[in-house]
Design a protein around this ligand. Structure first.
Ligand SMILES: Nc1nc2c(ncn2[C@@H]2O[C@H](COP(=O)(O)OP(=O)(O)OP(=O)(O)O)[C@@H](O)[C@H]2O)c(=O)[nH]1
Ligand SMILES: [Mg+2]
Length: 449
């Protein structure tokens, strides 16, 4: 904590401007060793300077000053806005290191900010989420958490929990002390009822939000030649998978990401499923297709309008019937006149992958996952899996307390379980230092954050 650290806060690319951050007790001493004119440690000053090394001009920069404790890390901190070439940035960082700083580890600035009480663990996590957001939806959630939304609700829970534990203790130790409310089973029931709902909502929305951000595993299946690979290519808008009129063209899995406004699909094209394949490699491909179905969040079951209702099609309908799926009829461009009314009669999705006529499918996918609700103001989301596992543990214990309370278990015994929740909520907030949790959280960061 007493060292001064440095790192680029922007990527090492060719770009107009890059930002280098320095934080720690020696920040001003170090920077003044490499400037044409020293800067004073006045908070929020902006200075125009040259970086100099042994009288040689290195770069013309703008420096923004922050003074302890009014900075992101809570330490003396400066940000150098320099020209963005990777060589230039690396050269300046090396110079700063030569003058006494050390290279920061990933996430170290945020970790120091957390340790100095400048940000809480949910905010720290949301900074990472904001940087890594794959969709507008994930971005909105991260901003909400940066604004302490979930944090405030859980803080209130923590305060109420402490209150109830403390009152139970006083009831036990000083039974004659009647200024304190007596905690009986109804008070416990009210407390658990109110909070169980909150925790269950957090779990529900967090799992959904995480899935939407990570990618919904979507597998495209169907018998050979129905146009699965053509559909993958059309959805991704690139020639990713080989397409041909030879049945059994795709042998291995072909994957790609498809970003919608608020969520992402992890698409997987598979080998066409048929029973009579004699080709050894194709058979392995078919087995892989069938294995993938088990892990899928969504199945796009593709049929071809020029040839459907075969034995294989029936098998595929059977495979998907209990899973989250969309039935896709492809090749609508070659649908025979006499079958045209079939299109209107059924509540299915009709597309032509070859002609990129796939809007109907995109709309069905969106109606399945555009759950705007989770981005609304009152839905609380915990995106870090370690923190979420603590929330699940607390929810589970609240349920147990509810049941034991119904079974007339004495309040002082329930208090033991309430204390277990107290320990977990403290770990959640990083208030009981749990190194495993904190290390795991910050190690996913980018450098300079
Ligand atoms: N007319 C028409 N032909 C299509 C359409 N989509 C795909 N095809 C054709 O159907 C044939 C098979 O397409 P693929 O995308 O390779 O089919 P697949 O389902 O991936 O086949 P396998 O990999 O063998 O399982 C190709 O000749 C495509 O050009 C469509 O919408 N209309
Ligand atoms: Mg294919």
């Amino acid at each position: 904590m007493n060292e001064t650290i440095v790192a680029p806060a922007t990527n090492l690319n060719k770009q107009a401007i890059a930002i280098i951050r320095i934080s720690g007790p020696e920040t001003y001493n170090i920077i003044n060793k490499i400037l044409d004119k020293p800067i004073k440690n006045n908070s929020k000053n902006v200075n125009y300077r040259w970086i100099i090394s042994e009288k040689e001009k290195i770069d013309e920069v703008i420096i923004i000053n922050y003074v302890k404790p009014k900075s992101f890390t809570g330490e003396d901190l400066i940000e150098i806005n320099c020209h963005g070439g990777p060589i230039n940035v690396t050269r300046i960082i090396k110079l700063i290191i030569k003058n006494g700083a050390r290279m920061a580890e990933k996430g170290e600035f945020s970790r120091i900010a957390f340790i100095n009480g400048k940000i809480n663990l949910i905010q720290a996590n949301s900074i990472n989420d904001l940087v890594n957001a794959n969709s507008l939806g994930s971005n909105k959630i991260a901003v909400k958490n940066l604004d302490k939304n979930t944090f405030n609700v859980l803080k209130t829970f923590k305060k109420d929990l402490l209150d109830i534990i403390a009152k139970i203790e006083i009831n036990i130790d000083y039974p004659e002390y009647d200024l304190i409310d007596y905690i009986h089973s109804t008070s416990i029931k009210d407390f658990v009822n109110k909070n169980l709902q909150i925790f269950q909502n957090i779990i529900k929305y967090s799992n959904l939000a995480n899935k939407l951000n990570e990618g919904i595993k979507t597998i495209i299946i169907g018998k050979p030649n129905v146009g699965k690979s053509s559909l993958l290519n059309s959805l991704l808008n690139e020639d990713k998978a080989i397409v041909s009129n030879i049945p059994g063209t795709t042998r291995d899995l072909v994957e790609g990401l498809l970003h919608f406004e608020n969520f992402t699909l992890k698409l997987i094209d598979t080998a066409g499923i048929r029973n009579d394949s004699i080709d050894k490699i194709e058979k392995i491909g078919i087995k892989k297709s069938l294995d993938k179905i088990v892990e899928a969040d969504l199945i796009l079951a593709v049929f071809s309008l020029d040839d459907f209702s075969t034995k294989e099609d029936k098998k595929i309908l059977d495979i998907v019937k209990d899973k989250n799926h969309i039935i896709v009829y492809n090749k609508k461009d070659i649908l025979k006149e006499e079958n045209k009314n079939f299109i209107n009669k059924n509540n299915k999705c009709f597309i032509s992958a070859k002609n990129n006529n796939i809007d109907e499918l995109k709309e069905q996918i969106m109606s399945k996952f555009e759950t705007k609700k989770i981005y609304e103001k009152d839905s609380l989301i915990v995106s870090n899996i370690l923190q979420l596992s603590l929330i699940e543990k607390i929810e589970n214990n609240l349920k147990k307390i509810y049941n034991e309370n119904e079974n007339k278990v004495p309040v002082d015994i329930l208090s033991v379980m309430l204390k277990e929740i107290w320990d977990d909520i403290n770990i959640f907030f990083g208030e009981t230092l749990n190194e495993t949790l904190i290390d795991a959280m910050f190690k996913n960061y980018c450098l300079g954050k």
